[in-house]
Design a protein around this ligand. Structure first.
Ligand code: CUA
Length: 174
């Protein structure tokens, strides 16, 4: 049977597309590490977030490995900390966010970065990030959570590491 030249061409092109599609997914998972948020953060009681070991009073804590742990509570319609006061962290440092919700499902997206997770009541989303550039980053909620969803946002202030260490020692307490 004779197969037309163009038919062979399109057959080859569609096979190539499938291979490229699979390759991009594999690259995303293995290269930049695109993944679903796993259950490493554990679970909490939404009405009493600090009842279990894996969530602390919302705030920034020094971690044992020289990084920082940031515990964030999302609720209609703010991030604590983040909304009324910015989250201050140093640049070039491993920052681990632990984010959970005390009411409904929210989102936690650091705009312009790949930090983006769903925040599900009862579940602690754990994300580790290293901000290379000092600056002000915006946090947005990108899951519809009620009437003021559009106004639910916060701020992260990333300061140079040297500056941050001074401040955390209380030299320039604000
Ligand atoms: Cu919280 Cu939308």
């Amino acid at each position: 049977m004779e197969i037309h030249r163009f038919e062979k061409l399109w057959f080859g092109a569609s096979l190539l597309l499938i291979v490229v599609l699979i390759a991009t997914i594999v690259y995303g998972a293995v290269g930049p590490g695109v993944a679903m948020v796993d259950d490493s953060g554990g679970t909490v009681e939404p009405s009493n977030l600090t009842a279990s070991e894996n969530f602390r009073e919302p705030g920034v804590y020094e971690a044992q490995d020289g990084g920082y742990d940031v515990y964030v509570r999302a609720q209609q319609f703010s991030f604590q900390p983040g909304s009324s006061s910015p989250i201050r962290v140093p640049a070039d440092t491993e920052i681990t966010f632990y984010v959970t919700s005390s009411d409904v499902t929210h989102g936690f997206n650091v705009v312009g970065t790949n930090v983006n997770t769903m925040v599900i009541p009862g579940q602690v989303a754990e994300i580790t990030v290293n901000f290379d550039e000092p600056g002000t980053y915006r946090i947005a909620c990108n899951e519809y959570c009620g009437a003021a969803h559009h106004a639910m946002e916060g701020t992260i202030e990333v300061v140079p590491r040297s500056q941050y260490e001074l401040q955390s020692q209380g030299v320039t307490d604000q």
